[in-house]
Write a protein that binds this ligand. Structure first.
Ligand SMILES: [Zn+2]
Ligand SMILES: [Zn+2]
Length: 241
């Protein structure tokens, strides 16, 4: 499990026929207060937990799981992980939390056709993604996560409850699926997505100083070029109306 900084560790997604989101572990190990960011695709829970153990972390130090959003490739193995760390709280944006608490899975699958495919593929039953959410986020919160301050940003557009986590002192941004390496952005055609909102979110991220970009998929970027987020937003502008 690669170390990004003293307070950020990285478990690469293990893509197969479908993408598996990256999982990040936040917090200084000495704090005994760690946070998992995103779970991953259905079936990947064991891989994620083993990666944490192999890196020498104790599961009991993991106090919470924070979801950047609740698409299947991020939340699919949440139940598997919760079985291993049942004490961990679940945090996510209120808009998607409200859906999941009611067992409304539209934000998980994004489209009906995909639901059918996934239920067949993984043997999932309707109602598999009903969760109790311990903390509903709105954006604007600043949390001390393992001796390290992280800001919550509500950045809708890829999904309605997408959040980013920003570590201002180290200029680290965890944007979920809103922006990736190589000038790519998240898709904006699924349930709850919205092109103009995605553009607004990108413009908001463009105002931040970001040195390390830790997206939900594909490469992570250290030494992000100045203006990268703005340039990405500009390249996609015409599609985001
Ligand atoms: Zn997504
Ligand atoms: Zn994703």
């Amino acid at each position: 499990m690669p170390k990004i900084t003293d307070e950020v560790y990285y478990i690469p997604g293990q893509d197969e026929f479908m993408p598996d989101s990256h999982t990040y572990l936040l917090g200084k190990p000495s704090s005994q207060d760690l946070s998992l960011i995103d779970a991953g695709l259905t079936g990947k829970g064991n891989y994620k937990i083993q990666s944490i153990l192999n890196a020498g972390f104790e599961l009991k130090a993991i106090k919470r799981i924070i979801m950047t959003h609740t698409h299947l490739d991020h939340i699919g193995c949440l139940t598997e992980i919760q079985k291993q760390i049942p004490w961990a709280e679940l945090w996510m944006h209120q808009l998607e939390a409200d859906l999941l608490e009611q067992g409304d899975e539209r934000a998980v699958y994004g489209m009906e056709m995909f639901r059918g495919f996934c239920e067949d593929q993984f043997g999932l039953k309707p109602g598999a993604f009903k969760f109790k959410v311990h903390r509903k986020l709105n954006g604007g919160e600043i949390f001390d996560l393992g001796d390290s301050a992280w800001e919550v940003l509500h950045i809708p557009g890829h999904s309605m409850g997408s959040i980013g986590l920003y570590h201002r002192p180290m200029k680290i941004l965890i944007p979920g699926d809103v922006i990736y390496a190589d000038y790519a952005i998240g898709r904006f055609d699924l349930y709850g997505a919205n092109g103009p909102e995605l553009k607004k979110s990108l413009m908001r991220l463009a105002e931040l100083e970001v040195n390390i970009l830790l997206p939900g998929h594909n490469q992570i970027v250290r030494g992000l070029p100045k203006g990268y987020i703005l340039q990405t937003a500009k390249q996609w502008e015409a599609y985001l109306r």
